[in-house]
Design a protein around this ligand. Structure first.
Ligand code: BGC
Length: 759
């Protein structure tokens, strides 16, 4: 590409700034004129967001929606889809309400719309920014074809506690990786033009710190130092906003004594004043009403608190709709505050082009032609295969040969409803192939497959019911466990290899699905023991929405492929990987602990004043445990391949740098095994001395490379001053001169090191 001369670049920037200014002026004039005609009730009506059809994401369902639309009491609807339904609702708004203001239509399009991609934790395991963006792009194409224009995604909450079920819905434990993914997701959804009929407005959530719920119990309290917030938890939200995310959703949790939804410091000082966010803020589901149980007052009081904090749209609870007028009359909120919220919501609609054409997303033809297309499904299969993480592969038992008989055993082996994973509200569960069906479709007649349930999901029927809500059923066999296992063993008898499809159901992670025991459930584990006793090769295909504690499995099962929940094409993608058409390349975005007692366990911890020597187990008066080492079972960034990659030593172009200089680090990576494959080369940095304590390692870069067997490549990283900065105790983003360590390797534990100085 030819470079523009610098003066032309200047002209181009000035031109685009002036175009933006003109658009803003036009928008402002339009909205001011419209607001001039609105009554106070109509303005408050715009702040009301209600559920459309069945509510599956919360326990309260909106009522009287039709009448409220006509009365101008609704600004947005979510969880309703199809061009016909959305057209009908939009017609009510446009033709039958006094001012004809169009409605915005949202939904939780989290990891795909109808074509489902892996759950976000799985997407993160690809470390493939291009594919992640493409998944969001496809989700936007499909959802917008079905009438929607707003998605409650990306969810960027950092979580270091796998007991929390919603760890499945984010990008894991790491600040840098999550921030990179947040950027891609926003760009994928929003594209270059929000008024285009195939883009969605993004909503970054849950602001903020929702993933740090105490004890991993959903909705629980968060109490966190500012230092940790700014350095570790805030950057992904900020990255999404810097990437242009149009809207923000508040979180449910308490933050240092003030719940996020009433937290003015968070919603106004940080979000608007420090980060420059200009869009609208929506609450989470009934989050204003929940401020009552948090202990902040009655509905009128908490609604006023939320508005004053800088929260504009009220999801489902109707606290705004029912109390704001009274609060205005009593002087508890101001006209300016209501106007500001109303203006920001109208701006959102304007930016989506809804005032030009309220029906631009309601095209039946497009819905028919652009959902679940072969191209989308092919991409879903590709991405699913790249999201799987090979945790163990003793004696290269994988890949399997494409012949003979495979016994597919386990409660996850033939369930369609559990394939898409949690947060797939738009998935067509009945028409998603099960693991068995997908594998059969991919393998054809080359491999004979036999299948058996093997065990219930959980021995406790009541627990299983809680773990299979929203139609994510798994058939139960009420016979005694021993009888079920014995029958499974007879099915497996004829097989050359056993593939055990075990783990969690899709609703064992996700919202309100916290667990305190992270083992593979009891009865499934006993099945696995019995399968291993047959002496046949056993491959564990693990379904999970979170890191599990797999210490026993790691010690006993020869091969473990963690497939998370891979979306619509899971079955085919599992066949691709097990039989070697695809070489696994996924890397963990969250640490797998040895046991629950180690949680929170994450690689970027602080050193403490009494660190344990590397490789040691126990030393008195050191920071460690009596009963387990400090090490994880599988570290962050870990994942095997069918081939091996060998790393040379790190070469630095210089050993010290000034603030305006860069250091170039080069490492030679060789594919030293027998298969072509992809590797994620990871760069970590440690700031050895600072005015505040710094983590022992922080991810600062990565490159996913493809190497043919025998091929070597120099992988080059450029380290600049921005990579060395952090928030000090005055919350200034600074780099402090001194010694640094740089690490490059295949995961966060297995690295080469080099030293350099910032002068
Ligand atoms: C969840 C949000 C979601 C909302 C709307 C809430 O329960 O916390 O993530 O966007 O429901 O469905």
């Amino acid at each position: 590409m030819k470079r523009l001369p610098i003066w032309m670049l200047g002209v181009a920037i000035a031109w685009s700034v002036s175009v933006k200014a003109q658009t803003d002026t036009k928008m402002n004039q339009f909205i001011s004129e419209l607001m001039g005609k609105m009554t106070i009730e109509e303005k408050i009506g715009q702040l009301n967001l209600v559920t459309g059809g069945e509510a599956v994401t919360g326990s309260v369902v909106s009522t009287g929606v039709e009448a409220k639309i006509k009365a101008g009491e609704i600004g947005g609807i979510f969880s309703m889809s199809s061009p016909a339904k959305i057209r009908a609702a939009q017609e009510l708004a446009v033709k039958q309400s006094r001012l004809g203001i169009p409605i915005i239509f949202g939904m939780d399009v989290i990891h795909g719309y109808k074509t489902m991609f892996p759950i976000p934790l799985g997407l993160a395991s690809t470390w493939d920014m291009g594919l992640i963006r493409e998944s969001a792009r496809i989700a936007a194409v499909e959802a917008s074809a079905d009438g929607l224009n707003w998605t409650f995604s990306p969810m960027v909450d950092i979580s270091r506690d796998p007991r929390w079920g919603r760890i499945s819905e984010g990008s894991g434990e790491d600040t840098y990786l999550s921030a990179r993914i947040a950027t891609e997701m926003v760009k994928g959804y929003q594209g270059d033009d929000l008024t285009a009929h195939n883009t969605l407005m993004a909503c970054v959530k849950h602001f903020a710190l929702y993933g740090a719920a105490e004890a991993g119990r959903d909705y629980h309290t968060t109490d966190m130092s500012l230092h940790r917030m700014y350095n570790e938890y805030f950057p992904p939200y900020k990255a999404a906003i810097d990437a242009g995310a149009g809207t923000v959703m508040t979180s449910f949790n308490d933050i240092n004594g003030v719940p996020a939804t009433a937290n003015k410091w968070l919603m106004t000082d940080v979000l608007r004043n420090q980060w420059g966010f200009k869009g609208m803020v929506v609450t989470d589901y009934t989050a204003i009403n929940e401020l009552i149980d948090h202990g902040l007052g009655d509905l009128q009081t908490v609604s006023a608190l939320a508005l004053k904090a800088g929260v504009h749209m009220d999801m489902v609870g109707e606290g705004y709709l029912t109390t704001l007028k009274k609060s205005l009359d009593e002087g508890k909120v101001t006209q300016t505050e209501i106007d500001e919220a109303c203006r920001l919501i109208l701006e959102t609609k304007y930016k989506l082009g809804l005032f030009d054409d309220p029906f631009r997303y309601c095209d039946e033809e497009r819905a028919k032609n652009s959902i679940l297309t072969p191209a989308h499904l092919a991409k879903a299969r590709e991405i699913a295969g790249k999201s799987f993480v090979l945790l163990k592969n003793e004696n290269n038992i994988l890949p399997l040969k494409k012949n003979g008989t495979v016994a597919l055993i386990g409660p996850l082996s033939n369930t369609r409803a559990n394939m898409p994973g949690t947060w797939s509200v738009s998935a067509d569960l009945e028409n998603t192939p099960s693991l068995l069906e997908g594998m059969q479709a991919a393998l054809g007649d080359n491999v004979k497959m036999v299948q058996h349930l093997g065990a219930n999901l959980l021995s406790d029927a009541a627990y299983q019911e809680r773990a299979t809500m929203f139609g994510r059923t798994i058939p139960r066999d009420e016979r005694p466990e021993a009888e079920i296992i014995a029958e499974a063993l007879t099915v497996a008898e004829s097989a050359d290899v056993i593939v055990a499809a075990l783990g969690e159901s899709s609703e064992m992670s996700g919202e309100s699905s916290s667990r305190t025991d992270l083992d593979i459930p009891d009865t499934q584990k006993r099945l696995l023991e019995a399968l291993l006793k047959t002496g046949k090769p056993v491959v564990l295909v693990l379904f999970t929405g979170r890191p599990l504690t797999l210490t026993w499995e790691h010690g006993h099962v020869p091969a473990i492929l963690n497939v998370w929940f891979g979306g619509t094409e899971t079955g085919k993608a599992v066949a691709d990987v097990l039989f070697g058409d695809v070489n696994p390349s996924g890397k963990l975005p969250a640490t797998f602990p040895q046991n629950v007692g180690q949680i929170p366990l994450y690689y970027s911890a602080k050193n403490t004043g009494r660190p344990l020597a590397a490789g040691a187990w126990f030393e008195k008066f050191r920071s460690n445990y009596l009963d387990v080492t400090n090490e994880p079972l599988y570290p962050f960034g870990y994942g095997l391949s069918y081939t091996t990659f060998t790393y040379g030593d790190i070469q630095l172009d210089k050993n010290s740098m000034k603030a305006d200089e860069k250091i170039i680090a080069t490492v030679t990576v060789t594919n030293s095994g027998n298969y072509d494959g992809e590797e994620v080369v990871q760069l970590y940095i440690r700031d050895l001395v600072g005015s505040v304590t710094r983590p022992v390692k922080e991810l600062k870069g990565f490159q996913k490379i493809f190497l043919k067997k025998g091929e070597s490549r120099n992988v080059v990283f450029e380290i600049g001053i921005e990579d060395l900065k952090f928030y000090n105790n005055a919350l200034e983003f600074v780099a402090e001169p001194g010694d640094f360590k740089l690490f490059i390797g295949t995961n966060s534990s297995d690295v080469k090191e080099a030293d350099f100085l910032l002068r």
